[in-house]
Design a protein around this ligand. Structure first.
Ligand SMILES: [Zn+2]
Length: 837
């Protein structure tokens, strides 16, 4: 029996390993001690309570979402914190096509951040995140456009595989099949199909070598009243309702407050509400849309997606939660002594285990609950396992010391059977003491040699889709015995695999030049880090067409530094070869052997600006405007709010307010009159896109009309980056000077045309462009310009920043015209200098 048990334990460990490989768990290092003792006690008590509650619920609920932050954090929180449900979430994408409210990162770099935000949110919710890794190519209006990018069958294949691996009893999703973002619609449609396909052995049969078919019992789609596009089961709606306002007596906050704390971890997608409204969060309702034929009926007034579900007779008895005097263990959370006796007895009598033919009926559920019993035992006994490395990254062919510590803070003796580290496909024992008395710990070390062939996981943005996003796992398992009961502990840490000398950053990442700057030497700033314990002497090289240059560098052991490297002569004729590529590498001096390499695109944009132009700009979230003005060779100054409040603005021909300025700098609104006065006195104010709720007048927000003449924004977007552009006023100065704008300037745009297009504007404005997605009405408000006083006001909801950042030449030419507009007027100080048709 004991032998059988420890065999089972081995397989629990194997499962945990699988989970760890799929899901990057946080390491189990002890929580930082808080200053407030009551808080620590509550935290420790809540952790113990959770581990005991988890023994009462053998069901798994999966929440399916298109993007990070689309998950229903409230329901996930209630299911785990109140009912002990095993909660998992599945995201179609990493959200890399979204916006970033807190930093300059976009695209894959944003995806990396959002993946980490999702993990932090999941930790608050008590759920495990998983990702399908479909590409987030930005806002899309239809499932069809989404499928064109994802491949419908490929997305379904991945979703079916995840369902077969995670084996949820119930699935919930916020997404119906027809509303909102095309990624949401597609995700809502795919989960309906995957619900049936996961159980069908004829669907993706190649997966059945790894996993078994799985039929979830119920599928729910959230309803917000009204009739959504979601299909429903026959008959009157069958629903469950979650009230997130309920107080969690263990944590002393409501589930809604906990869910909000989770949501706030998605910081790039903020700003989020700071607190729950006084009248509470709304109840959350889900409609049953699919169920397994033999599923138990959902009771009326259900409060969770698993209400009424029962396990099959054949295994039900094996999942009875341990009790003390027929009371749940959670009643004894303040009596560790009694709990420990009960849990040790549960383990000894084989709770959550059975003969192989019974376990084989539902092996994953047995593994899950045995792991939960291990966790409850260790948490009650106050036995913990931690692991640390002496180096922050792993470098091929170098050794890294992994230290593990087993701590026994309880009052029972613990035998240590063995401690094993698993890395790079190898298992190695770590020597430790063979027993731990109360209040003692035992440590062991192992030197991990990173294989020469180990693949790099840096830079993270290049590993969003290849499974190396979270680095290399180092997993440590400990097999322990306490009072005759065997149990296991496991911990996992992840470390990036990096070259010995890593190029952290090349600035600029895309090098744009224009007629004003094309004769200047190209200068790059390269940030390097030496991950080794030895000083590095080598070369920083730049290699391109007809070009090889570089410099010697020295970088101290375990340090990082910035190096400049310049290319004095042009590698190509920019006019005849407008795009080319340079490679920047760190090399050993002999032989010249690249240790790490990054490529930089060189782009030539034939963009002219008005002579002697002086521009001020207020940046929002990134440096795109500054870099673009530099590429244009314009004299530019970054403005602060203080400058706008009190400096002399008349020296600037043009002032630029970057994307969402009035959101990024809320204090800008009270001093907006200064900007309007600047226009009135002859300046040109260029305002980039804002969201509807950041711009439209709102008394509660103390936000007046921000433009000199009214502009009202809508939520309309043009998401097809190649949507046709109509030029409404071909002779308008803004489209002709200094650069004559043509259709070619709208070629090769990326991601989208624009968003939050104005729907109403005052007749003082001239609309210059029109664009629309396929099958939709043209939108005329993408670029509005009006004279105001002696100056000019330009509002544009086109996504110039994306084009500038990506080095799209047309973006530079148009941007040059916008900042040059009105220059003649300022110089001549007379309104008629610029012709407006
Ligand atoms: Zn979304």
């Amino acid at each position: 029996m004991r032998f059988h048990q420890s065999k089972s334990l081995r397989s629990y460990v194997a499962l945990l390993l699988v989970l760890l490989l799929i899901t990057p768990f946080a390491s189990q290092s002890p929580k930082a001690q808080s200053q407030e003792p009551g808080f620590v006690d509550r935290d420790v008590r809540a952790q113990l309570h959770q581990s005991l509650l988890d023994l009462t619920n053998p069901f798994t609920v999966l929440c399916v979402a298109a993007h990070p932050d689309d998950e229903d954090g409230s329901t996930l929180t209630v299911l785990r914190r109140k009912y002990g449900v095993h909660t998992v979430s599945l995201f179609s994408t990493y959200g890399e096509g979204g916006q970033n409210a807190v930093g300059p990162e976009l695209y894959e770099e944003l995806g990396v951040i959002r993946a980490r935000e999702t993990m932090a949110a999941a930790e608050v919710q008590g759920s495990e995140p998983h990702f399908l890794g479909m590409r987030d190519f930005g806002f899309s209006k239809s499932a069809e456009e989404t499928y064109r990018a994802w491949g419908e069958k490929e997305a379904l294949r991945r979703m079916v595989l995840q369902i077969r691996q995670l084996r949820p009893d119930a699935i919930i999703t916020n997404h119906d099949t027809t509303s909102g973002h095309g990624h949401h619609q597609a995700t809502g449609q795919l989960i309906l199909k995957a619900f049936d396909a996961a159980a069908d052995p004829n669907q993706f049969p190649e997966q059945l070598k790894q996993v078994s078919v799985w039929q979830p019992q119920r599928l729910f789609v959230r309803t917000r009243g009204g009739d959504s596009g979601a299909p429903k089961v026959e008959g009157p709606p069958q629903q469950f309702t979650i009230d997130p306002n309920e107080m969690d007596p263990i944590r002393g906050t409501t589930y809604a407050q906990q869910a909000l704390a989770g949501l706030q971890k998605h910081a790039t997608q903020g700003p989020w509400p700071r607190s729950i409204p006084a009248n509470g969060a709304r109840p959350i309702r889900y409609n049953l849309v699919r169920q397994m034929q033999s599923a138990a009926p959902l009771p009326a007034g259900a409060k969770s997606p698993i209400d009424g579900l029962v396990l099959p007779e054949t295994i039900r008895a094996k999942f009875a939660a341990p009790t003390i005097d027929n009371k749940p263990l959670t009643d004894f959370v303040d009596n560790r002594g009694e709990l420990l006796v009960s849990l040790i007895n549960a383990r000894k009598r084989g709770a959550f285990s059975a003969a192989k033919e019974v376990v084989d009926l539902d092996p994953q559920r047995f593994k899950l609950m045995s792991l939960r019993l291990d966790n409850a035992l260790a948490t009650t006994a106050q036995v913990s396992l931690t692991a640390e490395t002496d180096e922050p990254v792993l470098v091929p062919e170098l050794k890294t010391k992994v230290s593990t510590t087993l701590a026994n803070n309880g009052d029972a003796e613990v035998q240590v059977k063995r401690v094993v580290i698993h890395t790079f496909g190898l298992d190695n024992r770590i020597d430790t003491a063979d027993k731990m008395l109360p209040e003692t710990e035992t440590s062991g070390h192992y030197e991990v040699l990173t294989p020469k062939t180990a693949s790099f996981s840096v830079p993270a943005a290049e590993h969003l889709y290849d499974g190396r996003l979270f680095g290399q796992p180092l997993v440590v398992d400990a097999d322990l015995v306490m009072d005759g009961a065997s149990f296991s502990l496991s911990t996992s840490i992840r470390r990036d695999v990096a070259p010995p000398i890593e190029i952290l950053r090349v600035d600029p990442g895309i090098y744009v030049t224009t007629p004003a700057t094309s004769q200047k030497p190209l200068e790059f700033n390269v940030r390097l880090i030496n991950h080794t314990p030895k000083e590095f002497r080598g070369l920083l090289r730049v290699v391109g067409p007809n070009l090889e240059t570089g410099r010697e560098i020295t970088l101290a052991a375990h340090s990082s530094d910035n190096f400049n490297v310049a290319v004095k002569t042009m590698p190509v004729n920019r006019r005849t070869q407008p795009t080319s590529q340079l490679a920047i590498s760190v090399d050993l001096p002999i032989p010249k052997n690249p240790i790490h390499k990054r490529n930089v695109d060189l782009v030539y944009a034939n963009a002219l600006v008005a002579p002697d132009l002086v521009v001020g700009y207020l940046p929002s979230f990134d440096e795109t405007i500054a870099d673009s003005l530099e590429a244009l060779g314009v004299e530019a100054k970054q403005l602060s709010l203080a400058d706008i409040t009190s400096a002399d603005l008349s020296k600037f021909n043009t002032i630029i307010l970057d994307n969402r300025s009035y959101e990024a700098h809320r204090e800008l609104i009270p001093v907006n009159d200064r900007l309007l006065k600047y226009v009135e006195d002859g300046g040109t104010l260029l305002v980039f896109y804002h969201k509807t709720n950041e711009w439209n007048p709102d008394e509660r927000q103390k936000r007046p009309q921000l433009a000199p003449y009214p502009i009202v924004l809508s939520d309309d977007r043009v998401t097809e980056e190649d949507a046709p552009i109509g030029i409404l006023q071909p002779r308008h100065a803004l489209l002709n000077s200094p650069n004559r704008i043509t259709q070619a300037d709208f070629a090769n745009w990326i991601q989208e045309r624009g968003l939050y297009f104005p729907k109403d504007w005052d007749s003082h404005y001239t609309a210059l462009l029109t664009t629309n997605d396929q099958g939709e009405q043209p939108l005329h408000g993408g670029l509005l310009v009006a004279p105001y006083g002696k100056g000019n006001y330009i509002y544009t909801s086109l996504v110039w920043y994306r084009q500038l950042r990506a080095g799209i030449p047309g973006g530079y030419r148009f941007f040059a015209n916008m900042i040059s507009y009105g220059k003649g007027k300022t110089d001549a100080n007379k309104p008629s200098a610029v012709t407006t048709p």
